[in-house]
Design a protein around this ligand. Structure first.
Ligand SMILES: *Cc1c(COP(=O)(O)O)cnc(C)c1O
Length: 344
């Protein structure tokens, strides 16, 4: 019953097998290898246009380098107040961006709202030199830190507001696959066709060992990015092992199958908990369930071996538990957890 995070799971067997295959013989370093070429081609096919791809080992590197690339040091990045880039990256976007400013905003269900962005960007007296930062990028997390997702029309509305004021649109897709399988749309419709300029495409939480990609939908925008990645110490020497993971993740839609499994079990968990009186705090749209549980129940669940984070204190005296499912979560674990909650 390990629901602490999707990174507590191991590596999907198909990806481990691809690593073992990539371990035969020799290949040039730093991305001058066949795996990397094939991954670049695969991403262009997936997104139905020529994209520029930069593989990196962590999602923080992907986000920080992507934002640094589209934001000058005197620029601002608008994001949700709970965004990973603002809360969980130890200042990496600010560091790699040479001091860029993150401007955080509230928003229901962990999501930014275009109705809040428009007046903020429209208030010109608040922005611009010599005294103020200049908004340069809008960053949204897909799925969001609350486990909710942005539908294409919501992305379109946000992107239009951003583009109207010259901002680039960044998507933190650490759980992009989980978001995508929830919607009946293609990867291109969920990104550049809705106005996304640069995507951090995550594979690690989906089932890889450590593989993330920065994807520029307009390759012209990627100029000097290879230098930025190296200067940022994020160019892997044995790059083929990141590429081999990503290739296996994308092959035969493995990523969509893995993410669908994680989502299905989050649904099973939220459905089961709702039935016994614990309704999730936010809509469960990806692979995360946030639910207020009495402290005593949390104690009992954890004593019985369940692993999860106590996310937040709740006004009612309960704690908000964050329960994350992964490709490796089983129905039995979910049912055992729900049964413990029911008995309590
Ligand atoms: C996990 C996660 C990341 C990437 O984190 P790393 O630990 O640096 O790989 C980025 N964004 C979100 C929303 C995440 O949950």
């Amino acid at each position: 019953m390990n629901f602490a995070s999707d990174n507590t799971a191991g590596v999907a067997p198909e990806i481990m097998a691809a690593l073992t295959r990539a371990n035969q013989g020799f290949a040039l370093g730093y991305g001058n290898d066949d795996w990397t070429r094939r991954v670049e081609k695969k991403f262009s096919e997936l997104f139905k246009r020529d994209v520029a791809v930069f593989l990196v080992p962590t999602g923080t590197a992907a986000n920080a380098l992507a934002l640094a690339h589209v934001t000058p040091p005197w620029g601002a990045v608008l994001c949700h107040q709970d965004a990973h880039i603002a809360v969980d990256e130890c200042g990496a976007p600010e560091f790699f961006g040479g001091g860029i400013k993150l401007v955080t905003l509230p928003g229901a269900n962990g999501k930014l709202e275009s109705a809040a962005i428009k007046p903020l960007l429209g208030n010109k007296s608040q922005w611009g030199p010599p005294h103020h930062v200049t908004p340069a990028a809008l960053s949204i997390s897909q799925a969001s830190e609350a486990g909710t997702i942005y539908r294409p029309q919501e992305i379109r509305d946000l992107a239009d507001a951003a583009h109207d004021h010259g901002l680039a649109v960044h998507m933190d897709g650490a759980r992009f696959g989980n978001a995508l399988v929830r919607m009946n749309v293609s990867a291109d419709e969920a990104t550049w066709r809705a106005g996304v300029d640069v995507l951090s495409f995550g594979a690690t939480k989906g089932g890889a060992m450590g593989a993330e990609a920065v994807i520029f939908f307009d390759p012209k925008r990627a100029e000097h990015m290879s230098a930025r990645r190296k200067r940022g110490a994020q160019l892997a020497s044995k790059h083929r092992f990141i590429a081999a993971q990503m290739e296996a993740y994308l092959d035969d839609d493995l990523w969509l199958r893995l993410c669908r499994h994680a989502n299905d079990l989050a649904d099973r968990l939220s459905g089961g908990l709702s039935k016994v009186g614990f309704t999730p705090k936010w809509p469960v749209e990806a692979n995360e369930v946030f639910v207020a549980l009495p402290v005593a129940l949390c104690d009992r669940l954890q004593a019985a071996g369940a692993v999860f984070y106590r996310w937040d204190a709740d006004a009612s005296g309960s704690v908000v538990a964050r329960l994350v499912t992964s490709f490796a979560t089983t129905a039995e674990e979910v049912d055992r957890f729900v049964e413990l909650a029911r008995v309590a």
